[in-house]
Design a protein around this ligand. Structure first.
Ligand SMILES: Nc1nc(=O)c2c([nH]1)NC[C@@H]1CN(c3ccc(C(=O)N[C@@H](CCC(=O)O)C(=O)O)cc3)C=[N+]21
Length: 282
């Protein structure tokens, strides 16, 4: 059986086109356009690349983007002041503070300072709590993008064994809850999990956000599984995921490539979340 590609690049571009049409109508009616504020502290080269991508995506669909690039030496108080100011800014509908922050800053406190109604990442505890409770909330971009991709390709979730490798607050935990809401039987694995391959081999749907290149190999995957690779690892040989794509594609029925899988969906969902917040706000 041939393994098929979950083409995040293609699906993301369709989402972006749809958003661009809606923003065009908003602008033509003379209303204030949706605005996203991106806060970057310091000069982490990877973060600068991501932030550049986000700005470009905003411009392409017609959003306003407000970039705040603060020096590495920014204090917690200065950052909290900026967040407070953006919370009050009527032209800003979504606020994204690029993570990770420099080590001297308290990430949790910064995220909690963002008004939940403007928390475009869905990282605020209020949004995470609502997600777990199954209430309407802002869903974090990467988990939302994964669910969108599975839905687009008609992947059935109900009753399936879903295994999530990774338990971060931004990917592992929220995606596990979204799969649970769709009636999958969900297992979360992490660095202390014993006999990982015994668990991953039972997965009908395997979501990998482990942060280790080529972590999931062919012998860890069930025949016919759907494999979603959230990993972004920059090696000298180029960008690779957490899944050994060439091996695993020999067993899987569907797989996301890296690049061109989950990454572009994350950006598309960031735009979708911004538009949703705009519509709720105005
Ligand atoms: N507050 C916050 N929100 C985030 O959403 C956030 C963050 N902080 N910190 C860093 C991570 C990482 N992240 C990615 C987004 C898009 C791609 C993406 O588009 N990747 C392309 C490849 C792009 C390339 O070549 O680097 C792809 O997979 O095809 C990757 C990674 C968002 N993050």
């Amino acid at each position: 059986m041939e393994c098929k590609i979950l083409d995040g690049k293609k699906v993301a571009s369709e989402v972006r086109e749809r958003i661009a049409v809606m923003v065009k109508e908003i602008r033509e009616s003379g209303k204030v356009p949706p605005g996203l504020a991106v806060v970057l502290v310091g000069d982490n080269p990877a973060s600068k690349v991501y932030v550049g991508q986000k700005e470009k995506a905003c411009k392409e669909v017609g959003f306003e983007s407000f970039l705040y690039h603060l020096p590495e030496a920014t204090t917690q108080e200065e950052l909290l002041n900026l967040v407070g100011q953006l919370n009050e800014d009527p032209n800003v509908h979504g606020i994204l503070v690029q993570l990770p922050l420099p080590k001297h800053l308290n990430e949790t406190e910064v995220i909690e300072a963002i008004r939940p109604e403007k928390d475009v990442d869905g990282f605020h505890p209020m949004n995470l709590g609502k997600l777990v409770a199954g209430l309407p909330c802002t869903v974090p971009c990467t988990p939302k993008g994964i669910m969108h991709l599975l839905e687009y390709y008609g992947i059935e979730i109900e009753g399936k064994n879903a295994v999530v490798v990774g338990r971060s607050n931004i990917v592992g935990k929220p995606v596990a809850h979204l799969l649970l809401q769709k009636n999958a039987t969900v297992t979360i694995c992490h660095s202390r999990t014993r006999n990982l391959e015994d668990i991953t081999k039972e997965a009908d749907i395997l979501v990998v956000a482990a942060g280790r290149p080529h972590f999931i190999t062919q012998h860890m995957v069930k025949k016919g599984a759907v494999v979603v690779d959230v990993g972004i690892n920059r090696l000298e040989s180029g960008l690779v995921g957490d899944v050994d794509f060439d091996g695993v594609r020999l067993r899987a029925s569907w797989i996301t490539p890296v690049p061109g899988g989950v990454g572009p969906m994350t950006i598309a969902m960031l735009l979708e979340n911004t538009l949703e917040m705009y519509e709720r706000f105005s």
